[in-house]
Design a protein around this ligand. Structure first.
Ligand code: SF4
Length: 112
């Protein structure tokens, strides 16, 4: 199993365990998992595909997927920052995926 397959399987398990869902848009989901796999290969850990990693695990611990902000964001906004994890309403198409504010406070954000 390659990193893409492993990370996709892990995300599926993690979503189920936490009563969440993965992004319902197939292309977006593929792009996000590919981003995680690239970061796993590049840095040795699957840091968030929507944020810039420092390449140092001590500085990036909070953004190793699922990041420290995932659960609060899904509860409050229905999606994590990247929309890899979503709630039931978004999974069922009752609400669209929309951008959310960055909860992380750092100068490394590119989408804040
Ligand atoms: S924002 Fe989503 S994709 Fe990014 S690290 Fe957090 S849980 Fe993973």
């Amino acid at each position: 199993m390659n990193w893409y397959e492993r990370l996709k399987k892990n995300a599926e398990r993690n979503a189920e365990k936490n009563q969440m869902y993965l992004c319902p848009e197939p292309e977006q989901l593929k792009t996000l998992i590919e981003g995680l796999a690239v970061n796993r290969e590049r840095y040795g850990y699957p840091s968030c595909p929507c944020r810039i990693s420092t390449g140092t695990i001590e500085n990036d611990k909070d953004i190793i997927c699922p990041c420290d902000y995932r659960t609060l964001d899904v509860v409050e906004f229905g999606v994590c920052y990247c929309a890899l994890y979503v709630n039931k309403d978004i999974h069922e198409g009752k609400r669209p995926i929309e951008p959310i504010p960055e909860r992380r406070h750092t100068s490394n954000n590119w989408a804040a």
